[in-house]
Write a protein that binds this ligand. Structure first.
Ligand code: C2E
Ligand code: MG
Ligand code: MG
Length: 719
């Protein structure tokens, strides 16, 4: 502490006594104050300090101390001393000086007011120093300034557009939403923004856009966005919107906004807008890839399903929805003969063809994979309209396909299912359309509408299917035999084995009902095996008795190409010692159309065993002569539908006659089915038909009936 001289001390004491005596009231008032208050003379020697000052000072000896000794941690003390000198000298106060002190590394801020003190002789004697610690408020203010600077920097440097619209006059939020929307639209003005927003608006500088009205924002859906903002409680959360960008294109933006509501009035809205055009384009591209077929660019199965699901949810009463499944016939042949490039070209042309054919109907054309396409019609007038559309699609697919350097033709099978008549969910619609398509293909109808009768999975059918398996395993089936006679010798030469099922509860189930079920399940082969074994066994027994009859077994298309067939046939013939030429297999034309190559190979091997082959139900399918010529068959059976009425129906007779001629030209013999009377028999004979089968000769009979018939009939002579 600086030493005071004797005269100085004497002067201090003099002043103090005088002052105190003069201002007792004032001193007690100062003691009551929370500020630190010193009286100093013009040399900054403390003359008096209030209670707060005395407590605060580091030394007990406040009076007579140099002020600087009481504030050792203060920086810039010289400035304070200079100020004291000026104040003392000039007699004018100095307010709000700020000083920083650093005590043990902690900073303290003080505000200092200097008030000149005058003695009664009017000379400035010194100053009253009022000190208040303001560290807390300085820190708060600094923090505030820092956060404001940070927020300003954040807004300025943000890569997103940040904006604030001010709404003046503020909008009363108790008003109806549409009124609020209207008012916001007409009064909101861009009050603040960063350069990113300016750029979105096609400007370089913020000043060029601030002040712009909201309705001139470039969003293509401003009113809708504002309505959403109001409905959402003055918030928008990552809402996507389209913005017309400066170059006239549409950009995709994502905006979030929050409104400032003060005393029930909306005054401002802050928001952030991010340009997500690239991200949206990328997502759109990914979605397109995920929902479309790469080769044809048509919607794929996923998109078809989701579209149907959405349409089902929104379906209006009275409207019919339909799903068509289209499967190309023999598409594999195009790939095999013309190559995969040509195959791809055909597939690519299918979508546009189908779409142009359906131009007046709302539709979705999809590719499900391979040669399978689908058409979904979300709203049609009637089922008939769908069936007609199906036939039109079939016709358009049958037109020639012009490929690079070649031409080709295809055909297709179309299955249709409808909602609400048949199904009310996607998977059932799909399954039914698939069942119908399979039926269309198998029956060569081209277009088929779903019918539970050809559905292997309809409840009745499922029950029958289960029962059929049991019938085969437990020998519930039986065979009837129907004779076939030679018209030249009027003599029986063969039998057709026809399967029968006498169900314990359902009674007699006609083969037309249970054979399609067997064909759709894997029951068909076991059933056919059962028929073959029993037919061969019966004929072997007749053979042992001296009869020389062929026994004919009907084969479903699928069994002909079954890998087990050839081995099983030759084993059965060996086991029952039946010469192979006394077994005949009846096949239908559809077999050849479905899988020509495999069918040819299988029939050739069967023929090589010595087994005879006949085409059954000839005339009901679409066999082409070219195929017929290549097949290793010996016999054509004219379908009974032509024979039954041939005496009354001239067309039928012409067909019968020309079939006989055709068969003879190809070196085949002809059997006419369904001969119910002598007159037909005679007419067939006139047309040089070779053989006949029908109720006129004999109905299908069980073993016992057959044996007695063989013994007694005029068509036979006992061996
Ligand atoms: P399909 O092979 O054409 O058999 C001839 C059908 O004509 C038999 O009917 C027979 O009872 C019937 N029929 C015979 N003569 C006459 C006649 O003069 N007038 C009339 N209106 N009908 C006559 P069924 O036994 O009901 O057999 C129907 C069809 O079921 C057969 O037609 C055949 O396609 C199939 N089927 C029968 N048994 C088997 C079998 O074991 N396996 C396979 N895959 N199919 C079989
Ligand atoms: Mg037959
Ligand atoms: Mg037949």
């Amino acid at each position: 502490m600086k030493e005071l001289s004797q005269t100085q001390l004497a002067s201090v004491a003099k002043i103090q006594v005088a002052e105190v005596a003069e201002n007792l009231d004032l001193l007690s008032l100062l003691d009551a104050m929370r500020s630190i208050i010193f009286y100093v003379d013009r040399d900054a020697v403390v003359v008096h300090g209030n209670i707060t000052a005395r407590r605060w000072a580091p030394s007990r000896f406040v009076i007579g101390s140099f002020l600087v000794d009481l504030i050792p941690d203060w920086r810039d003390v010289n400035r304070l001393l200079a100020e004291i000198a000026i104040v003392s000298e000039m007699g004018t106060a100095s307010w709000g000086l700020e000083f920083l002190a650093s005590t043990h590394g902690v900073e303290h801020w003080f505000r200092v007011d200097l008030i000149p003190t005058k003695r009664t002789d009017a000379d400035a004697a010194g100053a009253m120093i009022v000190i208040d610690e303001i560290s807390e408020s300085v820190r708060t203010e600094y923090a505030l300034q820092e956060s404001e600077a940070r927020y300003k920097a954040f807004i300025a440097n943000s890569s997103d557009a940040i904006w604030c619209y001010s709404i003046s006059p503020p909008v009363d939020i108790r008003q109806p939403a549409d009124v609020q929307v209207q008012k916001i639209m007409s009064t909101a003005v861009l009050a603040e923004c960063n350069v990113q927003l300016a750029k979105l608006f096609g400007a370089n500088k913020i000043e060029h856009v601030v002040g712009a009205r909201l309705h001139r924002s470039r969003s293509v859906s401003t009113r809708r966005d504002v309505a959403k903002f109001v409905e959402n409680g003055y918030r928008l959360e990552e809402t996507e919107l389209q913005l017309l960008t400066s170059d006239g294109k549409r950009g995709c933006m994502q905006s979030s906004a929050i409104g400032v509501v003060e005393n029930g009035f909306l005054t401002r809205a802050w928001g952030i807008t991010r340009d997500i055009t690239e991200r949206r384009n990328y997502i759109d591209k990914m979605e397109h890839l995920a929902n479309h077929d790469a080769l044809t660019q048509l919607p794929n199965r996923e998109l078809l399903y989701s579209t149907i699901e959405r349409a089902l949810e929104r379906r209006k009463d009275g409207r019919v929805m339909a799903l068509m499944l289209i499967d190309l016939d023999r598409f594999k042949e195009i790939n095999d003969t013309l190559g995969h490039v040509a195959g791809d070209e055909v597939l690519k042309q299918i979508g546009p063809r189908l779409k142009s054919e359906l131009s007046e109907i709302k539709s979705l054309v999809a590719r499900l994979g391979g040669d399978e396409f689908a058409v979904f019609l979300p709203s049609v007038r009637s089922v008939q309209q769908v069936v007609i559309a199906g036939h039109r699609l079939l016709d358009c697919l049958c037109d020639v396909f012009e490929l690079q350097g070649s031409k080709t033709e295809i055909s297709a099978s179309i299955g249709i299912s409808t909602c609400p008549h048949q199904a009310e969910d996607v998977s059932t619609l799909m399954r039914y359309a698939d069942v119908a398509m399979y039926h269309a293909k198998k029956s060569m109808k081209g277009v088929a509408l779903y019918d539970s009768n050809f559905d292997p999975h309809s409840p009745v059918r499922l029950a029958l299917m289960g029962a059929l398996g049991k019938a085969v395993r437990e020998n519930e089936l039986l065979l009837h035999y129907q004779p076939k006679v030679s018209m030249e010798r009027h003599h029986v030469y063969g039998l057709e084995a026809l399967v029968r099922w006498n169900h314990s509860h359902l009674g007699f189930v006609p083969p037309e009902e249970f054979i399609p079920i067997a064909e759709m399940s894997n029951m068909i082969y076991p059933m056919t095996y059962w028929v073959m074994e029993n037919a061969i066994r019966t004929n072997a027994a007749l053979y042992a008795k001296g009869y020389r009859l062929t026994i004919a077994v009907n084969l479903s298309p699928r069994t002909v190409t079954d890998d087990r067939l050839l081995t099983d046939l030759s084993n059965l013939l060996k086991r029952y010692q039946l010469p192979s030429h006394l077994l005949e297999l009846e096949i239908t034309e559809s077999l050849i159309l479905l899988e020509p190559d495999r069918a040819f190979a299988a029939l050739k091997s069967i023929g090589d065993l010595g087994v005879k082959l006949a085409i059954d139900d000839f005339g009901t399918g679409y066999s082409s002569l070219a195929y017929l010529k290549r097949l290793p068959v010996q016999t054509l059976k004219i379908d009974k539908s032509f024979v039954l009425d041939m005496l009354d129906d001239e067309q039928d007779e012409i067909i019968v006659n020309s079939t006989i001629n055709l068969a003879h030209n190809l070196g085949l013999s002809v059997v006419a089915e369904g001969v119910e009377c002598e007159a037909v028999y005679q007419r067939l004979s006139d047309h040089h038909c070779d053989c006949a089968q029908g109720y006129h000769i004999a109905p299908p009979m069980n073993d016992l009936e057959l044996e007695s018939w063989l013994k007694n009939s005029r068509w036979t002579s006992c061996p």
